[in-house]
Design a protein around this ligand. Structure first.
Ligand SMILES: [Zn+2]
Length: 486
């Protein structure tokens, strides 16, 4: 007999709060280690039946075989077989994760579903078993993985994939009603995830925003005065603008030995930071160059996530209390091929594999004492790239000019959008901002990945909140805009 799998359906269900903890199934593959026990059980049964038959049908008497000797031999063989079975039982202890409120010594009932194959025929046996809780593992750390632009409707399709998402879903909890912030833009979403605060508090609402106190536009941490030189915007970013404590800083205050580790995750105040490898930087530059084919972008997106996983595995050690890992590939390929494309599907397949790889390759015992939190920062949706559905920057500028706003001339950079950030010349267009005379302007428009953040003065000052009438006046003066107000 080969026992293939022993699975115990988790009988613990918790509800309440905003999420629902669904029951899950823990599957343990036993492989062929029960083969000797299975054979021993069968031999024991056959032997017993044979001896009983021979006693009943008078075989021993017919051939003058001393029955005492037969029974002695039988008892000896039975003891040997029992030992094989006993040892096998010791080997096949099943480990179940039990909630903390089941302390050592408490007894719980679990439903065990045992599937086995005998002579090539598979069978399933369901049995309620009493389990005494011993060595309930204590949670020692959390690993947070942020899948950029990971749409739940897509990633939940991986529940039978045999990859990391299946493993995590089967051992964990799925929240169907988690929602992101608005506007759901990477920098702002990550800041909210890592601080637990909404953009109103973090004051990081987008990639680029107008800081009404500094009277300056900030572009992922850079201002005109404060020119930063970095290859990837996220390799420095806007950490210095985040006034709220990150989760690392909050835990640092509470736990003296706390260690936080940020793998490529750019909101990282209070944590150690492992930034992009050279290979990841090259992938990013190729993706952002606007020159790469979709299939090359797909390969680079896959590489980004595989490399980030390697970075996590290489830098993790058991003293880490919280590790955050950013998997950016899904977002990159979705921007170029669309969120529903087969190329995006391939990048998602790789994320699923990398999550399993993370689980498999962490040092022995770590997974049992680690809570994995997998989340996304926002989704992506398909939009038509036509005039009806998109507003070009030129169109926006024309509307603003026609409405009487003075705009500083923009130089178009013929090269990629990422290259200006490699240059120290801060006057190049990605950081070009409408009307540098912020103090003298009535409104500031800051463009951001398909949207513009609009800021209006209140009583001719940047402090305070403008009234609806002030906003309405300013917006209605924009030629061609139709505006409805609540
Ligand atoms: Zn994102």
């Amino acid at each position: 007999m080969t026992l293939n799998q022993v699975s115990a359906e988790n009988p613990f269900s918790l509800s309440g709060g905003t999420g629902l903890l669904e029951s899950s199934t823990i599957t343990q593959t036993v492989g062929t280690q029960l083969l000797p026990a299975g054979e021993a059980i069968r031999e024991k049964e056959n032997l017993y039946n044979e001896v009983l038959d021979n006693i009943t049908n008078g075989y021993f008497e017919l051939y003058d075989i001393p029955i005492d000797e037969v029974l002695d031999e039988y008892a000896e063989r039975e003891a040997e077989l029992d030992e094989v079975i006993r040892q096998s039982q010791v080997k096949t202890k099943i480990r179940l994760e039990v909630p903390k409120n089941y302390p050592d010594g408490s007894v719980v009932t679990v439903l065990a579903i045992i599937s086995y194959s005998l002579n090539g025929v598979s069978q399933t046996l369901t049995k309620e078993i009493q389990v005494e809780v011993t060595n309930n593992p204590t949670v020692k750390r959390a690993i947070l993985v942020i899948i950029d632009a990971g749409r739940p409707d897509k990633y939940y399709n991986y529940e039978d994939s045999g990859g990391g998402i299946q493993t995590l879903l089967e051992n964990g909890v799925k929240f169907n009603d988690a929602s992101t912030i608005f506007p759901s833009i990477t920098t702002a979403s990550h800041t909210s995830i890592m601080t637990g605060m909404f953009p109103k508090q973090t004051k990081i609402p987008a990639f680029r925003w107008y800081d009404k106190d500094l009277k300056n536009v900030i572009d992922e941490g850079k201002t005109e005065e404060n020119v930063k030189f970095y290859v990837l915007p996220w390799d420095d970013g806007m950490n210095e603008y985040i006034e709220d404590e990150t989760i690392y800083e909050q835990l640092n205050r509470k736990i003296s030995s706390f260690e936080g580790l940020s793998i490529f995750e750019f909101v990282r105040n209070g944590g150690e930071y492992q930034g992009a490898t050279a290979k990841m930087i090259l992938s990013m530059i190729r993706i952002k160059s606007g020159l790469a084919s979709i299939s090359k972008i797909k390969e680079d997106s896959i590489d980004l996530d595989s490399e980030a996983t390697s970075l996590a595995l290489d830098n993790f050690d058991s003293s880490v209390d919280l590790m955050a890992v950013w998997l950016l590939g899904t977002d990159e390929i979705s921007h170029h091929a669309g969120p529903l494309s087969s190329e995006t599907g391939e990048v998602m397949d790789n994320v699923d594999r990398q999550l399993q790889r993370l689980i498999d390759e962490l040092p022995d015992g770590v997974v049992d004492e680690t809570v994995f939190v997998i989340t996304s920062d926002h989704g992506q949706t398909t939009v038509e790239a036509d005039d009806e559905h998109s507003v070009s920057r030129n169109e926006l500028e024309k509307v603003l000019r026609d409405a009487g706003y003075s705009l500083k001339e923009c130089m178009q950079n013929p090269l990629s959008p990422v290259l200006p950030k490699v240059c120290v010349n801060y006057d190049l267009p990605l950081t070009q901002l409408y009307g540098r005379d912020y103090e003298g302007s009535n409104a500031v428009a800051v463009h951001n990945a398909g949207i513009a953040m609009l800021y209006f003065k209140h009583n001719s000052a940047w402090s305070g909140v403008p009234s609806w009438a002030e906003v309405e006046d300013a917006v209605l003066s924009l030629d061609g805009c139709e505006v409805s107000f609540p």
